[in-house]
Design a protein around this ligand. Structure first.
Ligand SMILES: Nc1nc2c(c(=O)[nH]1)N[C@H]1C(S)=C(S)[C@@H](COP(=O)(O)O)O[C@H]1N2
Ligand SMILES: [Mo]
Length: 210
């Protein structure tokens, strides 16, 4: 595994830097605060509220009928590991808008993700609408494992070979996600309250709050 990792790291170095101030990993570390919540099909719902024309509430069965996408991207953790070419599948907010399932009000500029146990993560609306933000149900062709956010997590990454303003560290995706609030103003989430960056851009290495 170590030689495989080194070969990949060398290839990447030749391709140009895809991991600013980061080390490459082939593993998938687990990182979060608190216990792993248990999924209860009978009470689980996914809610959309705030600056939208009509609030939505979907059961797990309904959530699974929503339009779906597959995205391949690099993910970057603020604890300095990166993982390349990870494949995620799930629901994209842009597809919800385009299929008329949700309508966002023009005043909306930020989104607060709400997860189990009151965990929150704040992101600009622009990030939620970018290609690389997904309400993911699957990783690497399989349903998410409980520790990585089953049944749904927000996930944010970067496309290989493209540096975008919307490329944020992985903590900006909430595991065990239960809803999205569309807002006019930004507000710190759980890790942001603890001192992490509000903006979290990976290319500018925005790790902590100034
Ligand atoms: N609900 C919840 N989501 C969370 C966190 C958390 O503490 N609770 N931690 C974040 C952090 S700091 C990181 S790095 C990623 C880690 O995702 P992983 O465990 O799948 O690697 O989840 C993010 N999402
Ligand atoms: Mo993290």
């Amino acid at each position: 595994m170590e030689s495989e990792r080194r070969t990949l790291e060398e290839r990447i170095k030749r391709e140009g830097d895809r991991k600013p101030g980061q080390a490459l990993t082939l593993k998938f570390p687990v990182l979060h605060y608190g216990p792993v919540p248990r999924f209860d099909l009978s009470t689980w719902d996914f809610r959309i509220w705030g600056l939208v024309e009509t609030e939505r509430r979907w059961t797990w069965e309904e959530f699974n009928q929503l339009p779906r996408r597959k995205v391949m991207m690099d993910i970057h953790c603020v604890t300095r590991w990166s993982k390349f070419d990870t494949v995620w599948e799930g629901v994209h907010v842009r597809d919800l808008i385009e299929s008329g399932l949700i309508k966002i009000k023009p005043e909306a500029r930020f989104v607060l993700q709400y997860a189990e146990y009151g965990f929150t993560a704040n992101v600009p609306l622009q990030v939620v609408l970018s290609e690389t933000f997904l309400l993911a149900t699957h990783y690497d062709g399989q349903p998410l494992t409980p520790e990585h956010g089953y049944p749904v997590r927000g996930v944010i990454g970067a496309l290989a070979g493209r540096r975008a303003e919307t490329d944020l560290y992985l903590w900006k995706g909430a595991k065990w996600l239960r809803g999205l609030e569309f807002r006019a103003t930004d507000t710190p989430g759980f890790w942001e309250e603890a001192g992490y960056s509000m903006t979290a851009n990976v290319w500018r290495e925005e790790r902590f709050r100034a």
